[in-house]
Write a protein that binds this ligand. Structure first.
Ligand SMILES: NC(=O)c1ccc[n+]([C@@H]2O[C@H](COP(=O)([O-])OP(=O)(O)OC[C@H]3O[C@@H](n4cnc5c(N)ncnc54)[C@H](OP(=O)(O)O)[C@@H]3O)[C@@H](O)[C@H]2O)c1
Length: 330
């Protein structure tokens, strides 16, 4: 099969389209013919081995897993003998980072507990854009104990995680303010944001407005700036953004939360699981959440796709299509 492979850390140029052995599913695995994948920050970090901390997971001196790609959607081509839930021809999607990545390829062998059935009305590209980013947004929002009627602000609302955070927060019956740059304001409104703040013109932490829940999906503000923008009982959940933002929330959050009524939390690493993915699938089916697809690249264009993602200005999700050998099962 064809796959995008890398042998050493570096820029997207180290990636090569190669012919590699097609995986054989174990008894608890299915063989997925991948139709689409999507890019996440994890792929960008694991490609370069930066920040150095990521090498604890990706391999100290060289990449442990030679094929990147966590989010996939595709069709089951074969199932191991202990697989009960799926059969050949089923259309599925999921996050395969838990079984060694490998989404930027024509096939992947995946434990059945990492996948859920894709609905017919959702394209492979849309489904592949969901798992990591939407689960991160969902778990971050839940960590903040979101309640209907609350005022919620999403900082970094226009990227992969942020576009889901806006829509998921709306689906919980909250009033959502999206923070993004000028060219993305219309998109933020179109996905349901009640108010939008252009971060190139206005600093929301200085405006005097306060929010019950702030989800810091991207960007940077100091914890004291964020605290100023919280209501007296408000909560900040940091799901991503600059290293400074992540580390401040991780190390200062517990102390700040213990001495006052405002809560500051870091969500840690999102935990992929079938229940949350099924919950998100239902939000997609009900139309409450729609994946925002920025650009679609083909498998051999993965280096270009990662180069674009690495610029840090994606509008929603960057998707890879694997169109070469699409087939249907009777
Ligand atoms: N906790 C977890 O398990 C987990 C999982 C996935 C991702 N993450 C983290 O979440 C963060 C976002 O990931 P992502 O996939 O959403 O990234 P992304 O799609 O690459 O985010 C790009 C978007 O962020 C916006 N942005 C950049 N700087 C900003 C700023 N200062 N203020 C507001 N918006 C800004 C950009 O808008 P402009 O171009 O208009 O600036 C762009 O639309 C990353 O730090 C990632 O490491 C964490």
């Amino acid at each position: 099969m064809k796959a995008i492979v890398y042998e050493r850390y570096g820029p997207p140029d180290v990636l090569q389209l190669k012919e590699v052995e097609k995986p054989v599913p174990k008894d608890n695995e299915v063989l997925v013919k991948i139709h689409a994948a999507s890019i996440n920050y994890m792929d960008w970090g694991f490609l370069r081995g930066e920040p150095l901390l990521v090498r604890l997971w990706s391999g100290l001196f060289e990449p442990k897993n030679r094929i990147l790609g966590a989010d996939i959607a595709g069709q089951i081509e074969a199932a191991g003998e202990n697989v009960k839930e799926f059969q050949t021809g089923d259309e599925v999607f999921g996050d395969i980072s838990g079984c060694g990545h490998g989404g930027f390829a024509e096939y992947a062998a995946v434990p059945d507990n990492l996948l859920v059935l894709k609905s017919a009305g959702i394209s492979f590209e849309e489904a592949a854009a969901v798992p990591v980013a939407a689960i991160t947004a969902l778990q971050g929002i839940r960590k903040g104990q979101i309640q209907p009627g609350q005022k919620v602000l999403i900082n970094g609302a226009s990227g992969g995680v942020g576009t889901y955070a806006v829509q998921i927060a709306k689906s919980f019956g909250t009033e959502v303010t999206a923070v993004c740059s000028t060219t993305k304001l219309d998109m933020a409104r179109s996905i349901g944001a009640d108010f939008c703040i252009d971060y190139t013109k206005e600093d929301f932490t200085q405006s005097g407005q306060c929010y019950d829940l702030i989800v810091a999906a991207n960007g940077y503000h100091s914890i004291s700036d964020y605290k100023r923008a919280l209501t007296p009982e408000g909560t900040l959940v940091v799901t991503g953004g600059s290293m400074a933002q992540v580390f401040q929330s991780m190390f200062l959050g517990p102390l700040i939360s213990s001495i006052g009524s405002k809560k500051v939390m870091n969500m840690g690493v999102a935990k992929p699981n079938k229940e949350d993915l099924t919950f998100l699938k239902e939000l997609l089916e009900s139309g409450k959440v729609k994946p925002i697809l920025d650009r679609c690249y083909t498998l051999n264009e993965v280096p270009d796709a990662l180069r674009y993602f690495g610029e840090g200005h994606a509008r929603g999700k960057v998707v890879i299509t694997v169109p070469s050998r699409r087939r249907t099962f009777s």
